[in-house]
Write a protein that binds this ligand. Structure first.
Ligand code: PMP
Length: 346
């Protein structure tokens, strides 16, 4: 890996971050807070939250087995994706590399930040090849995005290929494991010691069932997390979100039970799909969704909308001609979807 200071934008290296009232005063014994222009009424929501969410991070640290200092929390993992660009990529000069098809926000954030986005195709089995990704890089490549399990294809990438990229790329490798709770592979967050250039993304939006609270996580070296903290909005995670997250972590057994249930339902639903006349191929999945190739994705998508059932039409996405992406739902929802498809007019 290049020295971190050679990867970070110069203006971010020299940035003097905003210092909020809660940063300045960190003592425990004070009872009178007249430093932040807050209202004295409507406690506890009258107070600004902890800018670094230390209590929540410590709880998460036990669960994720990652030190709180190596953890960034944000408004969804989308915030971490945007921060990666703002910290590392100089507009109109740097570029990033990702395979396609993959999660759309990597490209949207590149466009917003005016960064060249280089795409490399996955193979016919939706697998990535380190050589092909690395060949697309040059001296101005700052980030490589690896989504695993990948959205929209559903499969996890082969570990050796990801490791090769981590070894051979001298910039930052972002491994987005939003769906890793549904996958049997060892998560990459356990390899932070081995790879100083690794950033792993996790989220509360999938297995944790909390998409509405907007809470995402990034795990990386303390130096990279320090840069995120320097650039983020001062109070980027609000108190209501932090409270709900702590409540959710209080019943982790329920989350694990639901993950098992979703994985079982996924296998059942994929099997049922493979028997449908409209289904041409069901792709393997390590996530809480799967991709299917159907006879006519546009027609089937619109037919399902008329039945009040919404799936994701991916037919215009690279390598996904006539493909629909199906999220595994509750039992009754899955059955309703299958019933509608069995009654599809020919
Ligand atoms: N990464 C991937 C691969 C995703 O599919 C999504 C959401 N669909 C996200 C990140 C963003 O998740 P969040 O809700 O945490 O912003």
């Amino acid at each position: 890996m290049k020295p971190l200071q050679d990867l970070v934008r110069k203006n971010i290296l020299s940035l003097r971050p905003y210092s909020c009232a809660r940063d300045e005063f960190k003592g425990k014994n004070a009872q009178v807070f007249l430093d932040a222009n807050e209202s004295p009424f409507n406690s506890p929501y009258n107070r600004y939250p902890d800018p670094l969410q230390m209590y929540l991070k410590e709880r998460l640290s036990e669960l994720k087995q990652v030190d709180a200092e190596r953890m960034f929390l944000g408004n969804g993992s989308d915030e971490a994706i945007d921060l990666l660009y703002r910290v590392f990529c100089e507009p109109r000069q740097d570029n990033v590399v990702a395979f396609e098809p993959t999660y759309g926000m990597y490209e949207v954030c590149a466009d917003i930040n005016d960064i060249e986005y280089r795409r490399v195709s996955l193979d016919a089995h939706f697998q990535m090849h380190a050589d092909v990704l690395l060949k697309a890089c040059d001296a101005r490549t700052k980030l490589i995005f690896i989504c695993s399990p990948n959205n929209p294809t559903g499969n996890a990438m082969q570990r050796e290929e990801v490791e090769t990229v981590l070894h051979r790329f001298d910039g930052i490798v972002v491994v987005d494991e939003a769906y890793s709770d549904f996958c049997d592979h060892r998560p990459f967050r356990f390899d932070l010691d081995k790879y100083p250039n690794l950033v792993v993304l996790n989220t509360f939006s999938k297995a944790f069932g909390c998409a509405a609270i907007r809470l995402g996580m990034a795990f990386a070296s303390q130096d990279i997390i320090g840069l995120f903290n320097k650039v983020k909005y001062p109070y980027n995670v609000n108190t209501l979100t932090a409270e709900k997250a702590i409540e959710t972590l209080g019943d982790i057994t329920k989350i694990y039970q639901r993950i098992i249930l979703i994985k079982e339902s996924r296998e059942w639903l994929m099997q049922a799909f493979s028997m449908l006349p409209c289904c041409e191929k069901v792709y393997p999945s390590d996530a809480n969704f799967f991709l299917v190739r159907v006879t006519d994705a546009n027609a089937i998508y619109h037919y399902l909308v008329q039945q009040g059932i919404i799936v994701r039409n991916r037919t215009n996405v690279a390598l996904c001609n006539n493909c629909l992406r199906i999220t595994v739902g509750a039992k009754a929802e899955n059955e309703q979807l299958l019933k509608a498809l069995r009654n599809l007019p020919s």
